[in-house]
Each structure stands twice: as structure tokens, then as C-alpha cells.
Design a protein around this ligand. Sequence first.
Ligand SMILES: Cc1cc2nc3c(=O)[nH]c(=O)nc-3n(C[C@H](O)[C@H](O)[C@H](O)COP(=O)(O)O)c2cc1C
Length: 276
Amino acid sequence: MTIQQAISIRKSIRTYKDEPISEELKSELKKYIENAGVPFDTKQRFILIDTDITDKKVKLGTYGVISGAKTFICAAVEPEERYEENLGYAFEKIILHATSLGLGTCWLGGTFNKSGFSEVAGLKENEIMPVVSPVGYTGEKRSLIDRALVMGAGSKNRKNWSELFFNKNFDTPLNKDEAGCFKDALEMVRLAPSASNKQPWRIVKDGNTFHFFLRRTTGYRGLIGFDIQRLDIGIAMCHFEAVINEQGLKGAWIDGKSEFKNVKGLEYIISFKIAD
Ligand SMILES: Cc1cc2nc3c(=O)[nH]c(=O)nc-3n(C[C@H](O)[C@H](O)[C@H](O)COP(=O)(O)O)c2cc1C
């Protein structure tokens, strides 16, 4: 399966078959998790935990959001500069790999019992666990709470190109023709998952350089103890670079912070420069 196919078929799965994933898939996933590369130099590790072999005294709850899942991928990170982008980037790579293996996943940044998961995963003192994801075989029928969440977040919808992508500056929306050979990479950013489906990424194309900005949702920052919308940017970065690479192009992440101050309530995060 190509990256673009994985991105196109992925959606949040909250209802799972009551069946553990095969040892073969589990070991494949484990191998991948240990080597998921990231653009910045921060420390993160990912741990697979099985709910069945866990001491029953520890609660691995998801407030009823996830049903049937027997395995979870947990993210343990040391909070330092750029950890959010790196975490979003690496965790989404893992999610897409699980998708390509035929497994369902669902980013969970809020609806899980952090202390229970942290204990079972063996979180160290200097680490935090911002997100986890169930991983397993997709259930046949969505639960009621699953359907309500999909409806509430409008999860099936995505913003139009004109709201997300711009040409040279924020006054000029970028259309697909102008995007040229970068059309697919941008379209795959558009389809990305984000917390509450807020889709906070905005990208300005300037020749062969793409500037990534964050359009913050008011009142969202700090609501759950970490900057969740910067994870969304990491997810967008992952989709963009993975598709660019799949198309045989290369490039690098560069920090253009000195060039961009906050523009119209948008926060500059990072740029991607395509190699000549
Ligand atoms: C960083 C992040 C955190 C999320 N946290 C939760 C969560 O706590 N509970 C939940 O049910 N869904 C959560 N989601 C899933 C989003 O609601 C979902 O990705 C979005 O609505 C788009 O739907 P889709 O994934 O089916 O395309 C999260 C997604 C992201 C990217």
C-alpha cells in the first residue's frame, strides 16, 4: 500500500473486534515503532501494551470511547522544545503503518485514563504521555458513542483548499493548478486527522518552499495540559514529507522563525524546502 492510499483510507476507529492482533502483526508493528524517525532532536519512545495481560487493578479506561481493543500504542516523551511536532510526526507514521497492515487506530489525546496507561507502560519520571491509540481489527458496527463523536466533530468533513493553502502570502489562496507537482502532498495534508477535527494547519507556498502555520482554536490551548494543536502540525508535516518522498523528491525542514512573526493570528511553526 502506498502512503497516499494509507492516508486516504485511514479514519478513527473506536469500535474493535474482540480479538487480539496476531503475533506476526504485533512484532511487525513493534519493529516499526522502535525505528520511527523524526525531524527534530527530541526524545520519544512508543510502547505497545496488551490490556489482557495487565494487572486488573490498573484501569486502562477510555471513558467508554473505545470498545473491544486489546492492544494500545502509548507515547512517552520528554517535554522539550519541538516535542509536540516530533510526536505528531512520529505517531502519525506509526498510525499509517498500522493502517497499511490492515489495522484500525484512533488518536486519543483526551479520552483516556492517563495515570492507568502511564503506570502500565512504565512511564519514567521525566516523561509525559500525551497520547495513546488503540490498535486492532475494525469492528463491524460502530458503537453509539463512536457515531456520536464522529457526528459531533464533523469528522467526515475537511476544509477546502482555499481555507488552508496560500500562494506567497495569506491574501492569495493557492489553487490546485498552481500547486503543480505538490498538489498531492497538499491534498494529503488536507485529509489528515486533527484533534476535534479542527484542521489548524495553514500552508503558504513560496516557490519550492512551504511555510507551515498554526491557526489556533481559541480556548483550546492548555485545555488538556499540553499544546495538542502542535501535534496536529506534526501530523501535517508527516503527511507532506511522506508524500513528497514517495514521489521521489527530497527536502529539509528549516526554521524561518526570524522571517515570520505572527501573521494575522497565525503562528509560524516551520518550513519545508524542496531540494534542488
Ligand atoms: C492529536 C489528536 C487527538 C485526538 N484525541 C481524541 C480523543 O481524545 N478522543 C477521540 O475520540 N478522538 C480523538 N481524536 C480523533 C479526532 O477526533 C479525529 O481524528 C477527527 O475527528 C477526524 O476524524 P478521522 O480521524 O476519522 O478522519 C484525536 C485526533 C488527534 C489528531
